[in-house]
Structure formats: structure tokens, C-alpha cells
Design a protein around this ligand. Structure first.
Ligand code: DC
Length: 222
């Protein structure tokens, strides 16, 4: 039996950075499911479709293929109709698009099997919003990773600045608050901790402390 570890939590809680390091330490595959919603958001954006225009997005889904693959360094790449869009999906516009398209139930259904199949064939750490509640309800370990909105916005802001993007902290904070609201108030698979998850608040932890904490919870429960 493969081992599955689900990590859910709001935008900017550090899920991907922390989960990636923990996966390396445990020699597990790391899957970032947000990249899938981002790829669909990017596709809508490129086609001039509004992020909440469900009928047009459903029509678009008929003709697109979203896949996950891994490069030589075992890092995940996301393919949209065969094109590697892993970097293109990391902009503030596409973050908002991803949050909006992810509220459409058919978009979630479209991505469900792909995510579950990854866990059938690998020991996996998967991060997202509904991994412990919907995608992998039988995961061996479930962690809900969170931090205050201000701390999360500051981390996201630093990341974007480092990538050379011209952003303001206030805008990043307001995006974080809007995305939190959208992600936790949608009807299908809203962001919430699974009943059997361990809640970890990283507001006062640095990266190393967060990784250590997660690995100790994982080892204890695996
Ligand atoms: O983790 P992220 O910021 O890359 O995710 C982008 C958006 O995708 C996020 O606002 C909500 C959505 N998402 C989701 O609904 N379910 C997931 N499992 C992962 C992401």
C-alpha cells in the first residue's frame, strides 16, 4: 500500500515550500494540486473567457488536456495541452483566475481522477484545499497548515518581489483575504480542515521549524 499525506490550508501558508522539503526528506513524490486549477485558469485567461463564466469554461474543458509530469530533479511540471506552463501560472492574475475557476463543481470533477491516480502509484505528499476532505479522504496523515493573513501576505509579497514582479504589499494582502473568502465559502469542496487533521499554525515558525514540525507529525502518524 502506498502512503498518502494530505496537506491543506489557505493561500500562502507555506504548504508548497514546506511540503516539498518534507517530501525530499521522506523520499516521497510531492504534488501541488493548485497548479492544476492554475493551468485551467491560465487557459481561460488566454482565451479571453471571464473567470466566473462557467458555461464558457465548461465548453473549454471539452478540448483541453491537463497533465502532471516530473522533471529530472523530480520537480513537478504542469502541462496544458502538452505545453509546460509551470512558470506562467504563477502570476497574481492567474492566482485569482484559479480561485474563481476552482469554485465551479465541474472543474473540480474534471481534476479529481488525475489527483487520485497520482496517489495510487506513489508514496505521496499532496497539497491543496480539499485533499484530506475530498480527494484523499483515507490519507494516512492529514495536516491543515495555516498562518495569519498578514504573515501569509508578507511571504507571498517577498516571493513575488524576488521574482522581479512589481507588486504592493496592500494588494497582495487584499488578494489573500479575497482568495481565503472565495476558497472557504464555495459550495463544492470548500477549504476546511478534515475532522481527523492536525492543525499547524506557522505564523511564529520559520521554514526549518515548520518542516521539522511537519516531519515529526508525519513520522508519528505514518
Ligand atoms: O495552492 P494555490 O494557491 O496554487 O491554488 C490556487 C487556487 O486553486 C486556490 O485559490 C484555490 C484552488 N485550489 C483548490 O480549490 N483546490 C485545491 N486542491 C488546490 C487549489
Amino acid at each position: 500500500m502506498n502512503i498518502a499525506i494530505a496537506i491543506d490550508g489557505p493561500a500562502g501558508a507555506g504548504k508548497s515550500t514546506i511540503a516539498k522539503l518534507a517530501a525530499k526528506e521522506l523520499s516521497f513524490i510531492y504534488v501541488d494540486t493548485g497548479a492544476l486549477y492554475r493551468a485551467i485558469g491560465l487557459c481561460a485567461y488566454r482565451n479571453g473567457i471571464g473567470s466566473k463564466d462557467a458555461p464558457a469554461i465548461l465548453e473549454m474543458l471539452k478540448d483541453i488536456k491537463v497533465e502532471l509530469a516530473f522533471n529530472d530533479k523530480k520537480e513537478q511540471i504542469v502541462l496544458l495541452n502538452g505545453e509546460d506552463v509551470s512558470s506562467l501560472i504563477r502570476t497574481p492574475e492567474i492566482s485569482m483566475y484559479a480561485s474563481d475557476v476552482s469554485a465551479i463543481p465541474q472543474v473540480r470533477a474534471f481534476l479529481l481522477d488525475l489527483q487520485r491516480n497520482m496517489a495510487k502509484t506513489n508514496n505521496i505528499i499532496m497539497d491543496g484545499r480539499d485533499i484530506g476532505t475530498v480527494v484523499l479522504p483515507d490519507a494516512n496523515v492529514k495536516i491543515f497548515l495555516t498562518a495569519s493573513a498578514e504573515v501569509r501576505a508578507k511571504r507571498r509579497y517577498d516571493e513575488l518581489i524576488e521574482k522581479g514582479m512589481d507588486v504592493k504589499y496592500e494588494d497582495v494582502l487584499s488578494d489573500v483575504i479575497t482568495r481565503d473568502y472565495n476558497d472557504s465559502h464555495r459550495e463544492t469542496a470548500p477549504l476546511k480542515p478534515a475532522d481527523d487533521s492536525v492543525i499547524v499554525d506557522t505564523s511564529d515558525l520559520d521554514l526549518n521549524q515548520s518542516v521539522e514540525k511537519l516531519i515529526s507529525i508525519m513520522k508519528e502518524r505514518m
